[in-house]
Design a protein around this ligand. Structure first.
Ligand code: SF4
Length: 364
C-alpha cells in the first residue's frame, strides 16, 4: 500500500512523522502550485469549491508519484465535504487511475476512528507503537503552530520585511526533519529565540485584524494567496482562531469530555444565526460579534460557492456589533494584484477608522 494525501497547510508534517515512525511510506505531493490547481480545475465540475479542486489536483500529483491509496478528510456535516471523497474517487477512476480513497472522518469516531485508520494503513502496527507515533505527530503539530503564532506577531513590526517569513520557512524545515523529541525541542527553542531577537519597531502599534472563514482556505496559504503574509507586510497583526493543533486538541480529546471550544462563539452568533449551517459559517458570524471591540477589522475567507460562508457573508452586515469585514472569495480566478489592491484599501480604511476613534462604519 502506497499512501498519498492532499495538502491542507502543514498537516503533512505531523502525518509524515506518524507514518515514518510506523515504517510506512506516506507520499507527499509537491506543495500546491498552479499545476495542482489546473489539474483540479480541469477534472472537477465547475461549481465545486476550491478545496475540492485543489485536493483533487494534489491527489493526481500523488498518484503520479506512485500512490495507490489516498487519504481524504470527510464528515457528516451539512456541507458537501462528506461526499467529496466518493466524487473524487469516481473522477480518478474515470481518468483511469486504479486508486482507493480512504476517508478520514472529521465528524464521527474522532480519536478512535483516526487511530483505527492509522492501524489499518500501517499494516497493523502494534497499539503502543501507534500511540507513540501519534503523540510525536501531535508534538510536531503543536510546535509548528506555536512558532506560527509568534511569526504572526513579528511580521507587522519587523524592521526588515520578510525576516519572520524566512525564519518560519527554516523552522518548518527543521521541525519536519526532527526525528526525536530532543531535536524537535531544540528546533522550537532555537527558532523562538531567533524570532524574539528580530529587530522590531517597538513604538509601532499594529492594526489587529482577525482572519476567519472556511477551515481549508484559512489554513492553506496557496488558496488565499498568502493573505497573512501580505497583511504582515502592510503592518497588520493577524489573529486567527483556527489552528490544527487547537482543532485536534478539542475535536479528538476535549469535546468528548464535554468541553466545547465553540460554545462562546456560537452564543455570540445566536441573535443572528441560531443553528449550524455547515463548515465554519456559524463560527464566522460569532467571531465578528465576539471581536467587534478588540479587533480593528476582519478578513473573511470564503471559497466561491461555499454555502456556509455565503450564509455568514450575508448575515454579517446586519449585526449591531460593528466591525469592518472584507470577504475574499477564493477560487481559481483570484489574482494576487486584485487581492493586494483590496487589502491595501481595507487597511487604509482601518487606519482612518482608528484615527477617527473607530467611527467610520462604511463596510460593516
Ligand atoms: S465548507 Fe464550503 S468550501 Fe469547505 S468543503 Fe464545505 S462547501 Fe466546500
Amino acid at each position: 500500500m502506497r499512501i498519498g494525501m492532499p495538502h491542507t497547510g502543514k498537516v503533512y508534517i505531523p502525518l509524515k512523522a506518524v507514518f515514518q515512525r510506523l515504517n510506512s511510506e506516506l507520499i507527499i505531493p509537491p506543495a500546491n502550485s498552479q499545476r495542482s490547481l489546473s489539474l483540479g480545475v480541469k477534472h472537477s465540475p465547475e461549481g465545486l469549491c476550491l478545496p475540492f479542486k485543489l485536493t483533487l489536483g494534489n491527489m493526481i500529483e500523488a498518484i503520479e508519484m506512485g500512490a495507490d491509496t489516498l487519504l481524504m478528510a470527510g464528515g457528516y456535516g451539512i456541507c458537501r465535504l462528506g461526499s467529496y471523497a466518493k466524487s473524487q474517487e469516481q473522477i480518478l477512476h474515470d481518468l483511469g487511475y486504479n486508486v482507493e480513497i480512504v476517508q478520514l472522518g472529521v465528524s464521527e469516531h474522532k480519536l478512535a476512528g483516526l487511530l483505527n485508520l492509522i492501524k489499518r494503513l500501517s499494516n497493523n502496527a502494534s497499539w503502543p507503537k501507534i500511540v507513540s507515533a501519534f503523540c510525536f505527530g501531535l508534538a510536531k503539530l503543536r510546535t509548528l503552530d506555536k512558532i506560527e503564532r509568534v511569526v504572526q506577531k513579528v511580521r507587522p513590526v519587523e524592521r526588515v520585511k520578510g525576516t519572520a517569513n524566512k525564519l518560519y520557512a527554516e523552522a518548518v524545515k527543521a521541525i519536519d526533519n526532527a526525528d526525536d523529541y530532543n531535536t524537535l525541542k531544540k528546533a522550537r527553542t532555537d527558532y523562538l529565540a531567533q524570532l524574539n531577537q528580530v529587530d522590531k519597531d517597538t513604538q509601532y502599534k499594529p492594526l489587529i485584524v482577525g482572519v476567519s472563514g472556511e477551515i481549508y482556505v484559512v489554513l492553506e496559504p496557496f488558496s488565499n494567496m498568502d493573505v497573512e503574509s501580505e497583511l504582515g507586510k502592510l503592518g497588520v497583526e493577524v489573529r486567527r482562531r483556527i489552528f490544527l493543533s487547537e482543532w485536534t486538541k478539542f475535536s479528538l480529546f476535549l469535546n468528548s469530555l464535554g468541553i466545547n471550544e465553540t460554545a462562546k462563539i456560537h452564543k455570540a452568533a445566536l441573535p443572528y444565526l441560531k443553528r449550524d449551517v455547515g463548515g465554519e459559517g456559524w463560527e464566522t458570524v460569532g467571531e465578528k460579534v465576539l471581536h467587534a471591540k478588540d479587533y480593528d477589522g476582519l478578513i473573511h475567507l470564503a471559497p466561491f460557492t461555499c454555502m456556509p460562508e455565503i450564509v455568514a457573508e450575508n448575515i454579517m452586515p446586519s449585526t449591531k456589533e460593528k466591525l469592518p469585514v472584507l470577504t475574499i472569495l477564493c477560487d481559481e480566478q483570484i489574482t494576487k494584484t486584485g487581492l493586494l489592491t483590496r487589502l491595501e484599501a481595507f487597511v487604509d480604511l482601518l487606519e482612518r477608522r482608528r484615527r477617527a476613534g473607530k467611527k467610520i462604519t462604511g463596510t460593516e
